[in-house]
Design a protein around this ligand. Structure first.
Ligand SMILES: Nc1ncnc2c1ncn2[C@@H]1O[C@H](COP(=O)(O)OP(=O)(O)OP(=O)(O)O)[C@@H](O)[C@H]1O
Length: 271
């Protein structure tokens, strides 16, 4: 396969893309492996020897074929899955569970159907020790940030999928996490809503200075959003290649640089 000049093949010791030495990594994954144990006792190796360094405020996407381990890797960073071997650290502290600065947004919005939008977001403050009125005030502020001022009193069944996903993002932002981990958050949305939410997310990312790790199946989405795209291969899951996206934002799909990278990622995914 021909190599595009904008691509860069990196060794498994994947440093922080163009942002200084790997020691400056905010999220550091070293030799991470994941083996699931089946009920029958059999072991299923899912991720093997993953090394990755992600800088503070960096936007990194994981892309790869279905089943290659993207969600598992994200869940390991979230502290929702343990690491079978190797280690994952955030700001130098080994991840031992959730609550180390990670906020998670899943594809299914996972809102409480019996709570209004504002109460769903306020739920994110439950461990904050804040008084109810203050939780409510801050929840309204976050709903405003995601463009949902007018829908605060609505229940999930009264909102579209895009609105529900905005509420999920607001809830994930409640405790002002340093890291936003997003698992195909826009996968179930129509194309227009998806593009709108991508722009919203970039706005929030720039305004709030978050580190974002984002799982997607869409090459265009990864190219629109990311500083770097990490392509995973399957059986067992491992990093095959990392694509830095050195294109100015907002990114246009008609840009020749965008198209060159799209083609390069497509080629790599399909081989
Ligand atoms: N709890 C589990 N027990 C056993 N195997 C599991 C478990 N969770 C995931 N797996 C397996 O691990 C592999 C990776 O799954 P994962 O969901 O991480 O992949 P993915 O790349 O996110 O897939 P998709 O793109 O379809 O969402 C799959 O083969 C899956 O069947």
């Amino acid at each position: 396969m021909s190599q595009s000049p904008v691509m860069e093949r990196r060794s498994p010791d994947t440093g922080v893309g163009g942002r200084g030495p790997a020691e400056a990594a905010f999220i550091r994954i070293d030799g991470a492996r994941k083996v699931f144990t089946q009920r029958s006792g059999g072991a299923v190796p899912v991720l093997d020897n993953v090394d990755l360094a992600i800088a503070e405020n960096e936007f990194v996407s994981f892309i790869g074929r279905s089943g290659c381990g993207k969600t598992t890797l994200l869940n390991m960073i979230a502290g929702l899955e343990d690491v079978s071997a190797g280690r994952i650290a955030i700001a130098g502290k080994v991840v031992t569970g959730p609550g180390q600065g990670q906020g998670v947004v899943f594809q299914q919005h996972a809102l409480f159907p019996w709570l209004t939008a504002v109460d769903n977001v306020a739920f994110g403050f439950r461990k904050s020790g804040l008084a109810k009125a203050e939780r409510c005030r801050r929840a309204l502020e976050l709903l405003s940030l995601v463009g949902l001022d007018a829908a605060a009193g609505r229940y999930p069944r009264e909102m579209s999928g895009g609105m529900q996903q905005r509420v999920s993002i607001a809830r994930a932002l409640a405790l002002d996490p340093q890291i936003l981990l997003m698992d195909e958050p826009f996968g179930a949305l129509d194309e227009l809503t998806r593009i709108e939410l991508q722009q919203e997310l970039l706005r929030i990312w720039e305004a709030r200075r978050k580190t974002i790790v984002f799982v997607t199946h869409s090459i265009s989405e990864a190219l629109t959003l990311s500083d770097r795209i990490v392509l995973l291969a399957s059986n067992p899951g491992r990093i095959k290649r990392i694509f830095p996206v050195d294109l100015p934002r907002p990114r246009l799909r008609t840009d020749p640089g965008f198209n060159a990278l799209y083609q390069a990622i497509w080629n790599e995914l399909s081989t």
